[in-house]
Every structure is written in C-alpha cells, then in structure tokens.
Design a protein around this ligand. Structure first.
Ligand code: NAP
Length: 247
C-alpha cells in the first residue's frame, strides 16, 4: 500500500449509515477498517468493498467497552503505522420518557454514543498529530440539535458530541487535525424501520425536501468532511436532514 493511502476507521459499519460511509470512503480510495460487534455482517461489507476493487478489513469490537476499544484503536495504528480518518458513527437508542428512563438506559446510550467517541479520539490523536493530518467526524443527530421527546439520553449524547468536537477542533487544529459533526435527520435504516407511517409522514411534512434521507446522503457529507481538501473546515456541525431543522 502506498504511504499516501488514507487509513479510515468507521464504527457501526455493519449496516445502515456506517455501511454506506465505509463503501463511499473505500470507493474514494481509502483503506477502511470496519468496526462493529458482529463479525458476520462486517465480513459481508468487507467482501462487498473488495469486490468493487476497494480495500477494507473487518474488526469486531464493542465501542462501549472502553479499554477494549482504546486497545483496538492502538492496534490499528500499530498495524498500519497511521490513522488518518476516524468516523465515530456507531450508535444506539433506548427511548423512554425521562420520568421512566432507567439508569441503564441512560448509561448505555451515553457510553456507546458519546464516551466511545472520546475514547477513540484520545487513542488516535497522537498518531494524527505526528503525521500532521487527521479528519475526525462524529455522527450526531438532529435530536441533539433540537431535542426529541423520549430521547433524553440520546439527545444528551448527540449534543455532547457537538461540545466534544468543538473542543477537539480547538485542541488539534494547529496540528492539521480537523474535527466536525455530521448530524443526520431521518434516514432510512434499521434504526428507523419500526416507526409507524403517520410518524414518518409527519417527519416528511417538517422537511423542505419532501423525502426521507438515504444512508448515501450522509456518506456524501462524510466523504467531503474527511477529504484532504476540507482542511479549513473544523468545529462545524453539518445537519444533513432535508432542511428539517435549519438551525
Ligand atoms: P443502525 O442501522 O442501527 O446501525 C448501528 C450500527 O452501530 C451497527 O453497525 C451496529 O453494529 C453498530 N453498533 C451499535 N452498538 C455498537 C457497539 N456497542 N459497538 C460497536 N458497534 C456498535 O443505525 P443507523 O441508522 O445506521 O445509525 C448510525 C448512526 O447515525 C448512529 O450514531 C445514529 O445515532 C445516527 N443517526 C441515525 C439516524 C437515522 O435516521 N437512521 C438519524 C440521526 C442519527 P452491531 O449491532 O453489529 O454492533
């Protein structure tokens, strides 16, 4: 592999938005490390990338396990000698009204959706600074921008990613490392597949572009934010939501 090949880690790459991001980054010539808990689906994505002429490896890891996740990032850096692009996309929901939300529902969502991003960034930052190049993208949500009833845990985690990203942007900017947020609106994936039709119709009504988003809509934004030419963009949140929030 040429030294210039960018090594990209994408979490939650086994399906949905993460899969689309991985396919897109691989099509753009990145060597992609695919991360999620389930080895089988990851392997299928890896094979799909290879069949299309791209390069990828699968790494089964639970990003909610701090020590194991930090060790996985360190091993990626050791194996490849670098880590250029980090996309913290893995996420879960445990929805409940705040009054009924359990400690477990709160903790699990904060751990997987927010703490995992900090753990990965902390483990990757030194290697990025050394190469004077890094592109970090945290996948948040419009719930983190405007709130959403039943999602106190999720909205807090996603909103937390904004503060984390702005801080990392300030801390690492002078070293060639950028950190931004992409905040999807309503995207058609497993995460949203169980919502009743009247809910999805209401969502469409609230959007300027009257269709639900596709994972590829998010992948396109991530491709730009992680490109070499996006070196002057940092600390920003790009809401890819069909004009739903416009905040
Ligand atoms: P999804 O279809 O449910 O996929 C979630 C991905 O995260 C899967 O690959 C899953 O793989 C992985 N994951 C979950 N917990 C993990 C853990 N502990 N360790 C490692 N990987 C884990 O979700 P999606 O819709 O693609 O969402 C992707 C991201 O976009 C999430 O952060 C989500 O919050 C955000 N988002 C989605 C929407 C939407 O409308 N879909 C809107 C706004 C924001 P395994 O289960 O195999 O581990």
């Amino acid at each position: 592999m040429a030294d210039q090949t960018r090594i990209a880690v994408v979490t939650g790459a086994s399906r949905g938005i993460g899969r689309a991001i991985a396919l897109r980054l691989a099509a753009d010539g990145r060597h992609v490390v695919l991360v999620s808990r389930s080895a089988g689906p990851l392997e299928a994505v890896r094979a799909e990338i290879e069949a299309a002429g791209g390069a990828a490896i699968a790494l089964a890891a639970d990003v909610g396990d701090r020590a194991a996740w930090a060790a996985a990032i360190e091993s990626i850096i050791k194996d490849h000698g670098r880590l250029d692009i980090l996309v913290n996309n893995a996420g879960i929901t445990r929805d409940n009204l705040s009054l009924r939300m359990s400690d477990e529902e709160w903790d699990e969502v904060i751990s997987v959706n927010l703490t995992s991003a900090f753990v990965a960034i902390r483990a990757a930052a030194r290697a990025m600074m050394k190469k004077k190049f890094g592109r970090i993208v945290n996948i948040a949500s419009t719930s983190g921008l405007v709130g959403n009833a039943g999602q106190a845990n999720y909205a807090a985690a996603k909103s937390g990613l904004l503060g984390l990203s702005k801080t990392i942007a300030r801390e690492l900017g002078s070293k060639g490392v950028t950190c931004n947020v992409v905040a999807p609106g309503f995207i058609v994936t497993d995460m949203t597949s169980n919502l009743p039709e009247d809910v999805t119709n209401k969502v469409k009504d609230a959007m300027a572009i009257k269709r639900l988003g596709e994972p590829e809509d998010i992948a396109a934004a991530v491709a730009y934010v992680t490109s070499d030419e996006a070196g002057f963009l940092t600390g920003q949140t790009i809401a890819v939501d069909g004009g739903m929030t416009m905040v």
